[in-house]
Design a protein around this ligand. Structure first.
Ligand code: ZN
Ligand code: FE
Length: 255
């Protein structure tokens, strides 16, 4: 049975997600920007909160945890590599580790780059990938801690997942990301079409998250550093993919 997944806006432009496995009555949260929108969604549906998965240590992904912990006593799961900065974990995981939400099984990816110790959670039967600030809709997180090669390796792991995978990322940055993406590939028809959808959805207040991995592969400049046309557009035909990625990331930082 596929779980129900809710996209919940928090703070100015964050998202958190509730995944509910009806078969077992289990509910999990992915990142905790703030408590109130989460408790409201749980109460509306009569769900308890059994688990909280944390992608990385930044305040806008963890600051809602203490109140949720007090109220629901969930099991809190995060990266073994970052226990010194994350809130106290009940379970620490690393790349290749297995996790579950009731009957829904998942695996852990190390996607360091935005921070070191950033993880993503992938649930194949749910076709759901929770990426925090690693792979984002038409973007990727800034390189606060890792270098470009680390982030390129992280993104490449996610890019290899089935294209129908839904990408649940941590922020509504998509419209701004789209403006930048167009400067990299002004003639990308899939990108132009996606931007029309994004503009329409944002005008109605509809989240652009989740996206699909297929959409990201076709339009996200940070996943397309290996594409010959993208390299040629930057005058980097013969450069290694990671170097092209580094260039695109640097251009976005200065955009
Ligand atoms: Zn972050
Ligand atoms: Fe963030």
């Amino acid at each position: 049975m596929t779980p129900e997944i809710l996209t919940i806006p928090c703070l100015a432009d964050n998202y958190t997600f509730l995944m509910h496995d009806a078969a077992s009555g289990t509910t999990a949260l992915f990142d905790a920007p703030e408590p109130f929108p989460v408790t409201r969604a749980l109460e509306e549906r009569g769900w308890a909160l059994d688990k909280v998965f944390l992608t990385h240590h930044h305040w806008d992904h963890v600051d809602g945890l203490p109140e949720l912990r007090d109220e629901y006593r969930p099991q809190v799961i995060g990266a073994a590599a970052d226990t010194s900065r994350l809130p106290a974990l009940d379970r620490s995981v690393s790349e290749g580790g297995t996790v579950s939400v009731g009957t829904i099984e998942g695996t852990v990816f190390d996607v360091s780059g935005h921070t070191n110790g950033h993880v993503a959670f992938y649930f194949p039967t749910a076709k759901a990938l929770f990426t925090g600030d690693s792979l984002m809709a038409l973007g990727c997180g800034r390189l606060f801690e890792g270098d470009a090669e680390t982030m390129w390796n992280s993104l490449s792991k996610l890019a290899a997942l089935p294209p129908e995978t839904k990408v649940y990322s941590g922020h509504e940055y998509t419209a701004a990301n789209a403006k930048f993406a167009l400067t990299i590939e002004p003639d990308n028809a899939a990108l132009q079409a996606r931007i029309r959808d994004i503009t329409e959805n944002r005008a109605k207040g509809i989240p652009t998250v989740p996206s699909t991995l297929a959409d990201e592969l076709a339009t996200n400049p940070f996943l397309r550093a290996s594409v010959p046309q993208v390299k040629a557009g930057l005058g980097m035909e013969n450069a290694p993919d990671a170097l092209v990625f580094a260039k695109i990331r640097q251009m976005k930082d200065n955009f």
